[in-house]
Design a protein around this ligand. Structure first.
Ligand code: C5P
Length: 425
């Protein structure tokens, strides 16, 4: 089920079709189900074609007739009771976006594990459209490790999670777990749909991305490395493919299966340098998301260093700065993006200085000490600076959302040199 809900929902480089966007409004069974009615109404009022898909438990809270009366199509409540033999594939394939309001703990567990037992779950497994889930449950459930794990799994797959807020819950309880405001849910959905209507802004563009931390040998068994997971680099690759780019990733880590991305495995800074220098001349955009070791052992021992020989003195030497080298070799019009992992301070100022020193166009700065951001997390929080003085801040978001913001700035650059697809009107 990998890839479900990832931003692959963009329809590549196809022309924009002037039709209402189709949203599947999934409703699972919780007390907040009644608020999905308002989400439905607001989406329809915004010109969206809404197809309500209700679980059996949802119908215990709100009658399907309510949704049928307000939505663009009658509510669907079962895999079996309609005239269509396989309604979930039509729903999943035709959707521009799926939003689940509310997403109960039980629903999240099923979705995170790829169950396809009812019409809503099956639709989600059958879609490549972006997916938004809006959890709502009691505080104890929201804070349960199993629910946290399921949320993390979904985020890793690119699912957008609209976090619940603090407030009144069912009964006399209150706390974290209250469904986000329907107006806020609709705002997020409309924002994502706008992206869906701009497919292919990287169509025909060749993108090269580096990902992961390099490993520098001390002896045949020991290495110097860092905590980079490669997740941000692969998120850039994934989002670039969804927007129509041809993407190659030079990676030190094994990627999860990703459609349409060519991966070249390397281990050391020297191997990464060779690969990047040989591939970059054919590319329009080069993103150095890898955490390249700054230092490596000057000499690599031929055999395993032994304790019996005492504590070894390892002399380090600096590795080549691949990004600076790419900037020196860049072809006209090529857009170069670097990442600056900083530990505190004004990261935007530090990143801008690094951008100028290395001669690149865009620097993505993150504070590796900020909670939930940086190495090995599924989320990130960045400031993106451009050499023209432009700046964009992305609060704590999935690495896919960060990738989309970085690529937005890249597309602006490409448009300036006449390389990117024109804006869809
Ligand atoms: O100077 P600093 O290591 O902070 O710069 C980070 C950026 O430079 C990242 O984009 C990283 O991929 C790149 N880099 C590089 N070669 C190195 C060190 C960093 O390309 N030896």
């Amino acid at each position: 089920m990998d890839g479900i809900g990832s931003p692959q929902g963009g329809s590549g480089s196809v022309a924009v079709v002037d039709r209402p966007k189709r949203v599947v409004l999934g409703v699972s069974g919780g007390i907040a189900s009644y608020k999905a009615v308002e989400v439905c109404r607001r989406l329809v009022d915004s010109g969206v074609h809404v197809v309500p898909v209700l679980t059996r438990n949802a119908t215990r809270f709100v009658g399907e007739i309510t949704f049928s009366a307000l939505a663009s199509e009658p509510a669907i409540t079962s895999l079996w009771n309609g005239r269509e033999p396989i309604p979930h594939t039509r729903l999943g394939q035709a959707a521009d976006l799926v939003v689940v309001v509310p997403a109960t703990a039980g629903f999240l567990a099923h979705y995170a594990n790829g169950f396809a037992d009812d019409i809503l779950e099956a639709t989600l497994v059958a879609t490549r459209a972006p997916v938004v889930v809006c959890p709502a449950m009691h505080t104890e459930m929201w804070e349960h490790p199993a629910v946290r794990d399921n949320i993390a799994t979904l985020r890793r797959r690119g699912v957008h999670v609209i976090e619940p807020v603090e407030g009144r819950l069912a009964g006399s309880d209150s706390g974290a777990g209250r469904l986000a405001d329907p107006a806020d849910i609709v705002a997020v959905v409309m924002g994502l749909l706008e992206r869906v209507t701009e497919p292919g802004d990287l169509a025909g563009v060749k993108v090269l991305v580096s990902a992961g931390g390099t490993r520098e040998a001390i002896d045949p068994v020991r290495v110097i490395t860092n905590r980079s997971s490669g997740k941000q680099g692969f998120a850039i690759a994934e989002v670039a493919v969804a927007r129509g780019a041809a993407v190659t990733v030079v990676s030190t880590v094994e990627p999860r299966a990703l459609r349409g991305i060519e991966v070249l495995r390397v281990e050391t800074a020297a191997e990464m340098e060779r690969a990047m220098y040989s591939l970059a001349p054919a590319c329009d955009v080069v993103v150095m998301a890898a955490a390249v070791a700054d230092f490596r052992p000057k000499l690599v021992a031929d055999s395993k260093l032994s304790k019996a020989d005492g504590v070894p003195e390892i002399v380090l030497e600096q590795t080549p700065d691949i990004l600076a080298g790419l900037a020196r070799r860049r072809r006209p019009g090529q857009v170069l993006v670097g990442f600056a992992a900083e530990a505190g301070g004004d990261v935007a100022v530090k990143a801008a200085a690094k951008m100028a020193a290395k001669g690149v166009d865009v620097m993505v700065a993150n504070d590796v000490l900020a909670p939930g951001a940086g190495f090995d997390h599924d989320t990130n929080e960045v400031v993106i600076v451009g050499s023209g003085g432009e700046q964009a801040t992305v609060g704590l978001s999935s690495k896919q959302e960060v990738a989309a913001a970085v690529l937005d700035m890249v597309v602006e650059r490409l448009r300036a040199v006449g390389r990117a697809g024109q804006e869809n009107s």
